[in-house]
Design a protein. Structure first.
Length: 493
């Protein structure tokens, strides 16, 4: 809680529990929950014996409490996220209006096919759109996050090899710049992983790859553009090397924001990919869900997709569960329908031209920002990038100010801290992705903050080192916060 020191008077805002006063109420409820016969509808065994120890407050106190909490939160509606689509890019409000329509908000997975023809039509159309954008043939909307999509995709690859009697294909290749979920997914699906180093341009080294593939190769996991914001220009050659060895190509689609309407993973030679609708298609995130990580595949892998899939027959839609080679279900019911509906709204409001413009602007903004800060920070792979770039705060670190300090200090300037210390191949790494929705003015403001922090590192390093100074709480002990979180008032008293 903020402490206000005014002329010697220390004032700490009371917590809502401390404001409690017996008998005060924020709501008026009916006298009791009784049935038509006058009996209490709740079984006696489920009735609590004593009142809960909740704060008793008035309506304005309750409203102020929650509004104040919301104001202490950072959000995409209050400021920029410098690792945009990956963390959060702007969610257009029309998405929320669409998902609030009664037919969408009120539907239930147990309704019969007859009753949800509109919802099935939406899911079918979204699948078609995602396949068109990716250059793929069929997709599942079940996975609830990118990592869940990876899991689904690699289970499909495993099922494919097993179906062909190639059980010895037990190894998945990942570049050393890959997202941690890639090797984790491969391991979770029972594969061994081989990590291959990137070359000095941040790309897959073809000779290293040639030496790495063999009869045990199940596939390779890549994201293109890759995590250092560099497009793998040799992707066709990469595909040929892996395919010639009998392996498949998995595309981690987390960076689709860079290539919408410009190029397609399917055309690059990828066989399977996931989208992160909560990244590229502007839907809310959520800790591993409720997001949506659809997996799209080439036709030859369609028999292995999770079931059921949506089928259109004439002008009717139905669930198809008769898929004997399917890997099974990867989510309860049909995935996060509300997220799918938002993504559908986003894609339709952008249209084909709009999606291309999203990527063109995202790339332009990233290059603009890189050019504005390149004099003060090291850009290990140069200042030309796709939708994101990585920088190193190594020069600041030499002055005693780490990437962590820079990120913390950004909060004082009203920016969310970007992802730091990832990818692991760059020292004092910071990942920056302004996205398409930020104006040139905002991009310049962010650059100005970064340059200011670089100046502080030279003139007053203690300032960034002790940041943030203007947030509700200052620097936290992050290890203790993660290992021993205090989540309730007085919970440990
Ligand atoms: C975000 C991300 C993932 C994981 O996606 P989640 O939806 O967070 O599970 C995987 N790979 C890359 C490159 C990412 O950026």
């Amino acid at each position: 809680m903020p402490t206000i020191a005014t002329q010697g008077l220390q004032f700490r805002e009371p917590l809502i529990f401390e404001r409690s006063s017996s008998g005060r109420r924020a709501a008026s409820l009916p006298a009791s929950a009784t049935s038509a016969t006058g009996e209490v509808a709740i079984p006696a065994a489920l009735l609590r014996k004593s009142a809960p120890a909740w704060p008793e407050v008035s309506e304005p106190e309750a409203v102020r409490h929650f509004l104040r909490l919301s104001q202490q939160n950072y959000s995409i509606d209050t400021g920029m996220f410098p690792l945009g689509s990956c963390t959060m890019k702007y969610n257009p409000k029309i998405n929320e209006e669409v998902v609030s329509l009664p037919g969408i908000a009120g539907c239930h997975p147990y309704q019969t096919e007859d009753q949800v023809q509109g919802e099935l039509a939406l899911l079918w159309a979204l699948e078609r759109l995602l396949c068109e954008i990716a250059g793929m043939d069929r997709a599942t909307l079940q996975p609830c996050a990118g990592a869940a999509g990876e899991f689904t995709g690699l289970l499909i690859i495993r099922a494919y090899h097993l179906h062909r009697g190639e059980a010895q294909r037990d190894t998945v290749i990942v570049p050393d710049s890959s997202h941690g979920t890639n090797p984790a997914t491969a391991a979770r699906c029972g594969f061994k992983t081989v990590s291959i180093p990137s070359n000095s341009r941040g790309r897959v080294d073809l000779d290293v790859l040639r030496a790495a593939v063999g009869p045990n190769t199940a596939g390779i996991m890549l994201t293109n553009p890759n995590t250092v914001g560099v497009f793998e220009g040799d992707i066709s050659e990469v595909a040929k090397i892996v395919h010639d060895a009998g392996g498949l190509l998995y595309m981690d689609g987390a960076n689709m924001n860079a290539i919408l309407g410009v190029t397609r993973p399917g055309d690059m030679g990828f066989d399977v990919m996931h989208y992160n609708l909560h990244k590229t298609m502007s839907t809310p995130h959520g800790g591993g869900g409720p997001g949506c990580g659809p997996v799209a595949v080439k036709e030859f892998l369609a028999p292995f997709l999770p079931r059921p899939t949506v089928i259109r027959e004439g002008d009717r839609y139905r669930w198809e569960s008769d898929l004997p080679l399917s890997i099974g279900k990867v989510h309860g019911y049909h995935g996060n329908f509300g997220i799918a509906a938002r993504a559908y709204a986003y894609i339709r409001t952008q249209g084909a031209e709009g999606l291309r413009e999203v990527s063109e602007r995202a790339v332009l903004n990233a290059n603009y920002l890189a050019s504005l800060i390149q004099e003060a920070y090291t850009l290990p792979f140069g200042s030309r990038c796709m939708h994101e770039f990585v920088l190193s705060a190594d020069r600041q670190k030499a002055l005693g100010v780490s990437a962590l300090d820079v990120a913390k200090r950004l909060m004082d300037f009203g920016f969310y801290p970007p992802t730091i210390y990832f990818p692991l191949i760059v020292k004092e790494c910071m990942m920056i992705e302004p996205t398409e929705t930020e104006t040139p003015e905002t991009v310049r403001e962010f650059a100005e903050a970064m340059l200011q922090i670089a100046r502080e590192a030279e003139t007053n390093p203690d300032l960034p080192r002790s940041a943030p100074h203007h947030t509700p709480v200052s620097r936290l002990d992050e290890t203790t916060a993660a290992r021993n979180p205090v989540l309730a008032y007085n919970c440990c008293a």
